[in-house]
Structures are given as C-alpha cells and as structure tokens.
Design a protein around this ligand. Structure first.
Ligand code: SF4
Length: 619
C-alpha cells in the first residue's frame, strides 16, 4: 500500500509517480480533506497514474477537473487484474466516492421471486433480491409491469396463488381451485413431477425464452393428441394461445435466438444515461435506463463501472453483452462474468452489421431519455421561477424544507422534515425528530423545538434551505419567524405556511401565508404552483405519520413482550427479527416459535400462553 501527498511541486510529484509499481492494482484519489473522491483499477498502476499527471493538458475536460481536486493518492497492489476488479468494487461500495459511477439500489423496482427450494413454489413480488436459493426475475421497470406479468402467469399456469402461511394452514382448497387456476396442492395430492414441470415452464416464460416454451408446448400438445388425451391437448392449446399472444408484442431483433444485453449511453456535461436493451431468444423483451449525474468518469469508465455494478446484482447474465464503447480491462470483466454465470459470456463492441444496429437502437433510446430529462429540468426551473415570482420570494426556491408534526392521541409526539431539491424529493436529507421538551399535544411548542434543533447548532450537517415551509396557518408561521429571529437567521431564507382550506367557511382551496401579510397569497392564476406546494406538504404529512406509527408500534411491541417472563432484550430481538410483528408472533404455532434462535420449548409455551389475549389496534 502506498500513500503520499501530491504536493504542487512537480519534483515531488515526479518522484512519487516514479516510485509507483507497474503491477495491477487499485488507486484511491483523495481531496484536501482526505476524503476519497475516486477509486479506479489498472492493469499497470504506474502507466495509469502517469496518464493522469504527466501530460501538459488533458484531452478530457472531466479528467482535468478531477486531477485538480486530487491532493493525495493511495495505491494497493493486487496479484491479478481480477483481484483489482473485485477490490475496486469493494472500495467503491465502502467509500461511495463522489466522482465514481455509482449504481443506486434497485429498491424502487419490484422483482418476482420463485422459491424453487419449496416443493410447490409460488410467485411473489419482492423489492429485495437475496441469495437464498430462490430464483428472482426482474427488476421490472414499474409495479404495473410486474403485475401485468404476474397476471398473465396466474391466468396461464396453475401455480398456487396463496402465501406460504395460508398454504400450510388451509384445510380445503380455495376459489382458485374451483375456477381451475390452481391445482390445489394445499389439500389435494398432486404429482410432484406435474407441479415441477409447470414450474419449469414458468421459468422459461419469465426468462423471456418464450419461443422455447412455445416449441415445448407444441410438442406436448401433439403428444397428448396422439395419445388421444384430447382434454389435455385442448388445455395446452389454450396455454399456447395465451403465450403466443405475449410473443406477438415482442419484436424479433436477431434470428440466432441468443440471449444478449445491449448497452449504450448518452451524456451531457452534467448527466449520463446508460440504456440496456434486453434481448431474449432473439426477441427484444424490454429496456431500462439508468441516470448518473456529476460523474467525472470517461465514456469507457462509465460503461466499465456500470457493467460491473449492474451484473454483480443482476438476476440473469446473458450469453453475450454488446457495448457501445470498449474499456480498459474488458477482457478481465468478461472473464469475471463467465465465472459468475458459470458459462461463457462474450463481451463485444460491434462495428458493423445487425449487432451494431442494436447498439444504435440503444444509443437512440439513451439519447431520447437524456433529452426528456433535460426538458423536465427546464420545466422544473420554470416552475421554480414562477413560484418565486408569485410568492415574491427573495431567492429561487431550489431547496425547500417542509415540517409537519404528529401527536395523534397525544402520545409519542414526533415531527418530520422533508426536503425537495429542484422540485424533487431528496429522501437522503429527510429528518425525523422525536419530541423531547413537549409532553402535551402542543403544535406550536413542537414546531419551535424542531426548528431550533434543525436550524440551531444542533443540525449543521445539512445546507440551509432557500424556502422553509411549515404545515399550518398564521400561528405556525409566527412561531417559525420568531425561532429564526432568535437564531439570527431572519432573512437568510424565505418562510411560508400552508394551511388547509376551511370547508365550513366556504373556502375552496388551501391557503399560503407569508410573514407580514394578513391575507393568504392568491395562487389562482397558476394552479400548478399550489399543487406543487400541496405535494410537498402531503409528503411531509405521509413521512411524519409513518414515523409516528412506527414509534407507537415499537412501543406497543416493547410493552407486550416486556411483560413476559423469560423474554429479555436478546429474545425479544430474535422474536421480532424472525416474525416481524406481534401479530405474526401471536399467529405462530408452538413449533414455529421453537424455531426462533435460542428459544426453549418452555419459553415458547409461556410466550404462546401470554399472547393469547386479544390484539390492540397498534399491533
Ligand atoms: S387452492 Fe390451495 S394452494 Fe391453491 S391458491 Fe388456493 S389455498 Fe393456495
């Protein structure tokens, strides 16, 4: 490991660079504060680092910006390039350097899970992919897309539809069995081979290998007809029709029926869009776009880094990956993918022919997405300008912070702050506040406490907003103004209050209050502005209510479990980890309770006995 300050004196710099090894490895670039701002890997560390520093002018302006910010460098030598690849990925995850390409978690996107370890698996929609032996398909681009797929499968295949718990406890089949959409394995003895055959068909369908599935079903149908099993043949025919219908919607892009992903990008000075087209069995089955901002990665690094992070968590690696730009270490990544897939993966940058047409198609998609993104930004900018003008704000409200309190039934008073930047929620900056100084339901005092905590010295971690918005009318706004006065922050940013319309007074819309103004501001002429502010207020409301519920729920769980002899903090944690809620613990059988780590049968019996009292609303 080698770490050294890159002083401005070029002699020291030259000496430092001269001492770097020509082995493969990873380098960490740090800024003046010691923060890692970029992590890269190289086949030859010396050559790579010299390419950053030993040239009079950088051809790539982005790299020139990065180089100016580097104050020190650290290098870690690895035995092979493959090791460097893995270490680079670990270090990117650890430091999340500002100028690397970082693929965000896909929690927003749903996937389908098929637990093939179960004798009768069902399909469930999940947001997290785990290495638990189950098969995962997706992530899908939207909840609508995943539910459409699920609908087709549920209609076409007779997989069970119920949850595991229901499946275990049913005493007779449900309506799905009556209408012929489930074989009823909960209560009826079915042939395991028959169910597994159906699972194999579902897997083919979900993997996008519809042509293979169609061919298989045709064979099955003909065999059934030959054996005069006409009812079975008719059933397969119906399945075939349903699947062929989905196939009609997919475009054939390659006649070789291979699985391949096509990756291309488009970029502007501030943003990059990477597009993947998914080709399965020669059919274009879908696409996804990924947005990166503020990256200083070159085109080649963008593609290389993206591929590494995308396939590390992908549910399927295709036989071939087409890329629009070659990158350093492409052969190593190809080897790594082959290891991961346990079958050969080819990575190609096509120059001509049908494969280069696919790249062109992906580039066009990325370009369109980028254009839409820029157009949206322009719209956002005009909306903020209009808001500034209509409300007479001193600053453009680029960063808006909105507070709301919740103390339903007077217990566990809490407050929450949501942040919108450039008209979009910035969830990483949201804050929750458990109220410390107010025990009675008192909205004003609660507001005063959280504003002091946020804008006093207590929370200097976030930048000041351009606009502070409080949920409430003149009273809450007055509190906000006086707290800001007290903190000597008056005039540093604008403040408004948003109050619900009073139907009893015949008011038709919510009211926006400004300090020093008796009547609300009339936003009638630009309804979108009021809608935008309402959206922020509603998000604050949702956020704080969710937090309040979780506090009440946690307190309820604590109190119920705390009262049980033999359940200490460790056991309580194990129970909650295993079951997730008091409701689930109550529903568990004795055997299920015994499966919790560290649980004795005797304690399980006590827990079951104590929890046999009726549920409270919070549970
Ligand atoms: S019939 Fe049985 S296995 Fe099928 S969905 Fe209903 S409960 Fe589940």
């Amino acid at each position: 490991m080698k770490d050294n300050l890159l002083e401005s004196q070029s002699q020291e710099q030259t000496q430092f660079l001269a001492g770097i090894s020509a082995d493969p490895g990873v380098y960490l670039m740090k800024d003046a504060s010691g923060k890692v701002i970029y992590v890269g890997k190289a086949r030859n560390l010396k050559k790579r680092l010299n390419s950053y520093f030993n040239r009079p002018e950088h051809p790539d302006p982005k790299t020139a910006v990065l180089v100016k910010k580097i104050a020190s460098l650290e290098t870690i030598i690895t035995a092979t390039e493959n090791e460097a690849l893995i270490l680079e990925s670990t270090l990117i995850k650890k430091h999340r350097p500002r100028y690397n390409v970082i693929l965000k978690d896909d929690k927003r996107y749903p996937s389908l899970r098929l637990d093939i370890t179960s004798p009768c698996p069902n399909l469930t929609v999940v947001r997290k992919i785990s290495r638990d032996g189950a098969l995962y398909f997706g992530p899908y681009t939207s909840p609508t897309a995943v539910h459409q797929t699920l609908k087709i499968i549920n209609k076409t295949f007779k997989l069970r539809k119920c949850k595991d718990r229901t499946f275990r406890t049913r005493t007779r089949p449900c309506l799905n069995y009556q209408i012929g959409s489930c074989l009823g394995p909960c209560c009826i003895e079915i042939s395991p081979d028959e169910y597994q055959e159906m699972v194999r068909e579902v897997v083919l369908f979900l993997k996008g290998r519809t042509p293979d599935l169609v061919a298989k079903l045709k064979q099955d149908m003909n065999a059934a007809a030959r054996e005069r099993q006409y009812e079975l043949a008719a059933e397969i025919r119906d399945k075939l029709f349903a699947i062929e219908k989905t196939l009609e919607k997919q475009i054939v892009v390659m006649p070789d029926f291979l699985d391949r992903d096509v990756i291309a990008f488009a970029r502007s000075p501030a943003d990059a869009i990477v597009t993947i087209l998914f080709v399965r069995a020669g059919h274009l089955v879908g696409s996804r776009n990924f947005h990166f901002s503020e990256t200083l990665a070159s085109d080649a690094e963008l593609i290389g880094s993206f591929i590494q992070q995308f396939y590390e968590r992908a549910t399927h690696i295709p036989d071939e990956i087409l890329v629009s730009a070659a990158f350093d270490g492409m052969d190593v990544v190809q080897e790594w993918l082959t290891d991961l897939k346990k079958a050969r993966v080819d990575m190609i940058r096509p120059q001509r022919g049908p494969k280069s047409h696919l790249i062109h198609m992906a580039e066009q998609n990325a370009g369109n997405e980028l254009k839409n993104l820029i157009a949206d930004r322009l719209n956002d900018q005009t909306l903020l300008l209009r808001l500034q003008k209509q409300l007479g704000l001193a600053r453009l409200p680029v960063r808006i912070e909105c507070f709301d309190n919740s103390n339903i039934s007077g217990t566990h008073p809490v407050s929450g702050m949501v942040v919108f930047e450039q008209t979009r929620p910035k969830k990483s900056d949201y804050r929750k506040y458990g109220i410390k100084t107010v025990s009675e339901p008192d909205d004003y005092a609660t507001m005063a406490e959280v504003l002091k905590r946020r804008y006093g010295r207590g929370d200097a971690s976030a930048p000041l907003p351009d606009l502070l918005m409080v949920d409430g009318g003149k009273g809450q706004l007055g509190i906000a103004v006086s707290v800001l006065d007290e903190l000597s922050l008056s005039g540093r940013f604008d403040v408004i209050g948003i109050a619900k319309k009073d139907d009893k007074k015949g008011e038709t819309q919510d009211k926006i209050y400004k300090p020093g103004r008796l009547n609300p501001v009339n936003l009638d002429r630009d309804a979108n502005l009021l809608l935008f502010l309402q959206r922020i207020r509603d998000e604050a409301h949702r956020f704080v209510i969710t937090y309040h519920r979780s506090r009440r729920g946690a307190a309820a769980i604590r109190s119920v479990l705390d009262a049980i002899p033999g359940v200490g903090p460790k056991r309580k944690q194990a129970l909650l980890k295993h079951f997730g809620s008091i409701r689930a613990i109550r529903a568990a059988s004795l055997d299920e309770l015994c499966q919790v780590s560290g649980m004795s049968r005797k304690t399980a019996e006590i827990i079951q006995g104590r929890l046999s009292i009726p549920l409270t609303e919070d549970e």
